[in-house]
Design a protein around this ligand. Structure first.
Ligand code: ADP
Length: 421
């Protein structure tokens, strides 16, 4: 039975958390949404990936409670509500309302809020969140289109979103170690505080906080706290040293890229020099969709037996703008996503592709949907935030790496294959 059950408010955040848990020694499964059935896979941790960051608070609460019920049914002992390390939220939610609902459902009157992720320069001091060494409200996050963060003081920010009193476990306490933190937790709890914002500046602070969270029914945090939680249950982790091990999956290899982010464009350029490739053009799709899909599949059929094939829609800002001007922004995106998903599905069903790299967040969503992926076993990281995984729910398991646009080094698409068993 899994020990740790996690509820993540978006997909890439879920993968980030899952990778962190694997690197700290927990075998981890990530599910896409709340599964309908019981989990058959063995794992120490399960991360349910929701898309609840930006939706209305009541919907986020309902989805999170569904996820909680499923995780409890799988036997999870501690629940981890994972949000963004920049605490993306508004006075309406969703961090506060979801935390309140989870606390109530778990019958607990105390939890922590710990967004710190020092590796990505997200630190908390005296309750103030810093991003890239400046207060959150000067970091650019004050201009975020959906969740503008205009106050770096998390005690205030969270206080506006929750029914509970919000307190602080400050840096002086964290520096004294886990026992001091636990004493402070108790004192705060006795004084009526329901949620304590935690200071943390480096990874050692996160280890201290994680140790102090032993036994708490609920923690809420960015992915950083995951560094330390597995150590609380080391004696129960049988596969601590090979938590990232994946079953070997043989088959043909393909790269699907729908991301137009700068990092991806560079990766595609590199990959084009190594592998046969086909450019899926948005305007050509609008003109004769079937013909483009057919041509892509003809190229892959010809070359897959010799090595990886690259199918990419990724294009320069000019080309994208042209397509968007003609087709509309969202219609252009949807058309390209549909085509890439259909091509991928056909390559898997008819051409023997079993090992896949997919670039682009929305693109990955479309591909995963078309393939019927229900969950992922998380393996070794290719680059930070991008692990190899194997799929759960597909007719045959696939090796799959889902890369959000700006992730990965320039040689990502050529180097990744060497990391598979
Ligand atoms: P990222 O992770 O880089 O944001 P996404 O896949 O989430 O990548 O988003 C990229 C979007 O751009 C997708 O909707 C994709 O279909 C669309 N797109 C990709 N190539 C083109 C293109 N050539 N013209 C127009 N839209 C495109």
């Amino acid at each position: 039975m899994p020990i740790l059950g996690c509820i993540a408010d978006d997909f890439t955040g879920a993968t980030d958390l899952a990778s962190m848990l694997v690197s700290a020694g927990m075998r981890t499964i990530q599910t896409i949404g709340v599964p309908q059935e019981a989990m058959e896979e063995r794992a120490d941790a399960v991360v349910v990936a929701l898309k609840s960051r930006m939706i209305p608070a009541e919907d986020a609460v309902a989805q999170s409670l569904d996820a909680l019920a499923w995780l409890k049914a799988q036997g999870c002992e501690q629940i981890y509500f994972k949000y963004c390390s920049t605490f993306d939220s508004t006075p309406a939610g969703n961090i506060g309302p979801v935390t309140d609902a989870l606390m109530q459902a778990l019958g607990t009157s105390f939890t922590i809020a710990c967004p710190a992720l020092p590796a990505n320069k997200r630190t908390v001091y005296n309750g103030y969140l810093f991003a890239n060494d400046v207060p959150l409200n000067e970091s650019g996050m004050q201009d975020h289109p959906l969740t503008p963060m205009t106050d770096a003081n998390l005690v205030r920010v969270l206080g506006a979103q929750t029914r509970h009193d919000v307190g602080l476990i400050n840096y002086a306490t964290v520096r004294q170690g886990a026992d001091a933190v636990q004493r402070r937790m108790l004192a705060l709890k006795e004084s009526g505080v329901g949620i304590a914002v935690c200071d943390a500046i480096d990874n050692n602070d996160l280890h201290v906080l994680a140790r102090a969270c032993r036994g708490l029914p609920l923690v809420t945090a960015g992915s950083g706290l995951a560094l330390g939680l597995p150590a609380n249950v080391t004696e129960r982790l049988n596969h601590c040293d090979d938590a990232a091990a994946l079953p070997a999956i043989a088959g043909r290899e393909a790269i699907i890229s729908g991301s137009c982010s700068r990092a991806t464009l560079e990766q595609v350029e590199r990959a084009r020099q190594h592998y046969p490739s086909f450019h899926v053009e948005a305007l050509a799709l609008a003109d004769d969709y079937e013909r483009v899909v057919e041509k892509a599949l003809k190229l892959s059929e010809e070359h897959l037996s010799a090595g990886p094939v690259l199918i990419y829609a990724s294009a320069s800002p000019d080309e994208v703008k042209q397509a968007q001007a003609k087709l509309g922004v969202s219609d252009a995106g949807a058309l390209v996503e549909r085509a890439l998903a259909e091509i991928t599905q056909a390559m898997v069903a008819r051409q023997g592709v079993r090992r896949l790299l997919v670039a682009g967040g929305e693109t990955a969503g479309a591909v995963v949907g078309a393939l019927g992926v229900q969950g992922l076993r998380i393996g070794p990281s290719i680059d930070p935030g991008v692990p190899w995984t194997t799929t759960i729910g597909t007719r045959e398991p696939l090796a799959l790496a889902l890369k959000s646009g700006n992730f990965g080094a320039p040689d990502f698409m050529t180097r990744a294959w060497g990391m598979l068993p």
